[in-house]
Design a protein around this ligand. Structure first.
Ligand code: SME
Length: 144
């Protein structure tokens, strides 16, 4: 059976696997994106959903903890060019040098979760990367 395509859906979107399709699309945007995952906000806890990359021990992160939890607590995306210089950082992999967290919000602005990207390259996330990931987060938030 073929999937019914809505004209409003972005090209990457797969209704059978909305979060997985977003992760696959984002992971292919840059060879410097070494780990890409989506955390879903459930109450005061971020729970890891689909991801591409090495398994992470941080499958549940409380709001306020780490870069991921800080994004929710401060209601602001986080672009960390050097994770070693960051005091509130939860290490997933010793290879990670920089990290980008982009919040996913619904149409009313409520936080639903976040796209988290780790890179083995320092300062891997410039304005273009931020913009591209923000677009996916907005599209996903609208279709959540
Ligand atoms: N580094 C994150 C934890 C998640 S891993 O990067 C997959 C943080 O500090 O919240």
């Amino acid at each position: 059976m073929t999937q019914k395509i809505s004209p409003d859906w972005p090209t990457w979107y797969d209704s059978k696997s909305p979060l997985g399709s977003a992760v696959r699309y984002v992971a292919a945007l840059s060879p410097q994106f070494d780990w890409v995952g989506i955390y879903v906000l459930k109450g005061k806890m971020l729970e890891l959903g689909p991801f591409i990359g090495a398994p992470s021990e941080h499958t549940r992160i409380p709001v306020g903890k780490g870069v991921c939890g800080t994004a929710v607590a401060e209601n602001a995306d986080q672009n960390i060019p050097d994770v070693r210089a960051h005091s509130n950082y939860l290490a997933c992999s010793l290879e990670t040098q920089s990290e980008l967290v982009v919040l996913i919000r619904d149409k009313k602005g409520k936080i639903l979760g976040q796209i988290d990207i780790d890179s083995h390259t320092r300062a891997a996330f410039g304005p273009e990367e931020e913009k591209a990931v923000r677009k996916v987060a907005d599209e996903l938030g609208a279709l959540w």
